[in-house]
Design a protein. Structure first.
Length: 126
């Protein structure tokens, strides 16, 4: 019966996870995830900006943050889409992008290399 047959799809993005990557790099833990889950995205962005301006006494003159917000959010959403879907095709459909635009953004933001581990990157370069 056809409905009992499972389709075994091979996926490049199946094991991509932002949480797993940051855990391996010891940047986050379970407690941190619980705290972040209680914050809104707006609060999290504002907090990150405040923390990054502390060393310069809250003076970030000359940095075009407002003009770069679109790029920052596009990169974040693209990373999420890749980690949340099984294939790049699913990620394209999730984001509503055509293949040409999707691959251009993947290359621009270097999404694949973000998820690769250091030893994988060395193998590709050699």
């Amino acid at each position: 019966m056809a409905w009992k047959t499972k389709v075994n799809k091979k996926s490049k993005t199946k094991y991509y996870s932002i949480i797993n990557k940051l855990k391996k790099e010891n940047k986050i833990n379970e407690e941190f995830q619980a705290i972040v889950s209680n914050l809104t995205l707006e609060d999290l962005i504002a907090l990150k900006l405040e923390l990054s301006t502390r060393p310069v006494k809250n003076r970030l003159y000359g940095l075009p943050i407002w003009n770069n917000l679109v790029r920052i959010t596009q990169e974040a959403v693209l990373k999420y889409a890749i980690s949340a879907t099984r294939t790049q095709g699913e990620a394209m459909r999730f984001l509503g992008l055509k293949p040409g635009n999707f691959h251009r953004l993947m290359k621009k933001y270097q999404i694949t290399s973000f998820f690769l581990e250091e030893n994988d990157k060395e193998e590709i370069l050699n």
